[in-house]
Design a binder for this molecule. Sequence first.
Ligand code: V47
Ligand code: SF4
Length: 393
Amino acid sequence: MLADIKNIKAIVDAEKNTSLKEIAYKILDNKRISFDEGVMLFEHASLSFVGSLANFVREKKHGNKTFFNRNFHIEPTNICVFSCKFCSYSRLYAHREEGWELSIDDMLNIVKKYDNQPVTEVHIVGGVHPKLDVHFFANTIKAIKAHRPELHVKGFTPVELEYMFRKAKMTVEEGMQFLKDAGLQSLPGGGAEIFHPEIRTKICEDKVDAEGWLKIHKAAHQIGMHTNATMLYGHIEKYWHRVHHMETLRQLQDETNGFNTFIPLKFRNKNNEMSDVPESSVVEDMRMYAIARLYMDNFPHIKAYWPMLGRQNAQLTLSFGVDDMDGTIDDTTKIYSMAGSEEQSPSMTTEELVRLIQQAKRIPIERDTLYNELINYNTLEKENTIIADEAVI
Ligand code: V47
Ligand code: SF4
């Protein structure tokens, strides 16, 4: 049942903290909350308070619809010139023998494995290899598109892109156009981490800074591409750093309207240089998703990336503002299992994803990368029941 305004007003009116009550009324009146109000929610609001509000906003935007897609990843290499402290994945100097580096043929063979399957998206992201350049990646995309033109290619973070454009002496605008011409259709949200330099210099000092990250997404939006944005939370950042990060993205979105989805990524602490930093609690995770839904008023979607969060906690987020669960993945990504996620071989069949969403009393909608709705699994089930009934008659 969808949340109704009377119920949510009763919850808000029962709140004793008048500042929180004012923030809630702003949200119910469709007004934007400020930076200070975002921090206030993180510092003082209970999970049930932000959760009820986020659920209300989510249902106003999408009703019970919950989106997912059929996708797989290609990770061209885990060799990386950078040294992010939270990364459990990259290999360069240490354990070089555990590094991999795929050729264009290797990557095309991965695509060919899906020839008879209705996947709609390939997500390409990996380490920053010193020898792989923009021409290698353009040729990879061209080979994939030549083989399967309708497969949407979403790929590369500004970390990879800034490095390849710089090496090729291309401006950001030239580089983005070059890859778009090769067949690149959208950018994933990675590499954003925490924008504020106070934290960024401590966790990923040597890679692209906030300005560089935003410049690349802006250039993508200006040539008609849609992109996502992430935030790596739950480590050494303070609440206000999270709000600063979301505020920075909200401002760019006001300018370009090119972002589809905001994806908070829970920091996992296994096998990296930040293993002494404890992971956030589930309550804190749910508060993060809920406040993201409340703050990011101009982002259409909030995604819980289940390989990082675990499928059960991802299912829980569907009551805390989230309307998207990413995709089937098919055990094609290693970034999260290496960082200690409980999903050691992330793969869900469409049936499993549909069941997970239905158990949360939501409507599973298979989408494409740009959120065009492909299949509504609730009406599909009804249609199938009718067909089955007719067959019996
Ligand atoms: O930027 C790396 C994160 C990101 C850890 O756009 C870690 O649809 C937690 O951005 N603990 C890359 N997180 C992945 C990414 C992504 C994933 C799924 C979908 C989309 C999308 C984007 O992974 C990195 C970094 O923030 N990451 N190590 C870790 N130990
Ligand atoms: Fe390299 Fe990405 Fe790992 Fe940073 S997070 S070290 S850029 S692979």
